[in-house]
Design a protein around this ligand. Sequence first.
Ligand code: NAG
Length: 80
Amino acid sequence: MVRVNFFLAALALATGALAKTNSDCQTQYNSCRTGADANMSYCVSEHQTCCADVYDSCRVGADANMAQCAADNAACKAQS
Ligand SMILES: *[C@@H]1O[C@H](CO)[C@@H](O)[C@H](O)[C@H]1NC(C)=O
């Protein structure tokens, strides 16, 4: 089961079918800012780019739930 999930995740990433999520951005941001040579302005800018990507793919998604996208995006910005 784990292997199947891994395969599906890899496939989804490769095809771009599985978009980044806010939580991916958050994980990335957390590891960036807690790193040894953390560059806060770099981390914050990466985080904002990540959230913008998430929002863009959310908005244009097949079953885009605009309210949810906007709420996620707002939550994300508040964290920066
Ligand atoms: C931090 O990152 C910013 C943006 O990438 C860069 O302009 C700046 O020089 C970096 N600062 C340090 C101390 O590395």
